[in-house]
Design a protein around this ligand. Sequence first.
Ligand code: IMP
Ligand code: MG
Length: 192
Amino acid sequence: MDTATMDPARIAPELADDIESVLISHEDIQTRLREIADEIEVDYAGNELLLVGVLKGAYLTMADLCRYIRLPVNVDFMACSSYGSSTRSSGVVRILKDLDTDIEGKHVLIVEDIIDSGLTLDYLVKNLRSRKPASIEVMTLLTKPSQRKVDLAVRYTGFEVPDVFVVGYGLDFAERFRNLPFIGTLRPEAYA
Ligand code: IMP
Ligand code: MG
């Protein structure tokens, strides 16, 4: 790995200007994803696992996590849009891209970037459960427990974050910052 490109000091200067702090480093993300992959290997040993990544936010988590899981896995993706402001979801979810495959009888693990209110994921789990998978579980890189509006069973959680808007490693603000190799917070001026 070219560690130089993972150095917070080496990100695009246009993006760096808007970053207040690095909350979770690239290294800490990778370490945690390896730990979660180890748990997944034990939990799904002997079963066919289908990872369902939620686009776009989970694309990097999916890419790294699936490479750490030493089991045969299939991957598929969904894209949804949640009506609401740019920093808060409303729970009214529209599916923009559905799965390519039928999940009936399959062991499904949803891979999410962050659970905030939980409304998006609550909708998604209910939607997928109606398709009769053998099992359905959730992995999320980040969680903001203080904002939860629905009770959700989350099997694997990467990190708890405080109630601040975070960007990077897949997460965006107005479609920017997804390619940062770490999770960071934005300077207040960046919202303006
Ligand atoms: P929820 O429906 O409120 O749980 O919101 C979940 C979705 O909102 C996530 O999948 C993200 O796309 C987005 N989101 C929530 N909090 C953040 C954040 O701090 N940064 C970037 N996106 C966020
Ligand atoms: Mg998302």
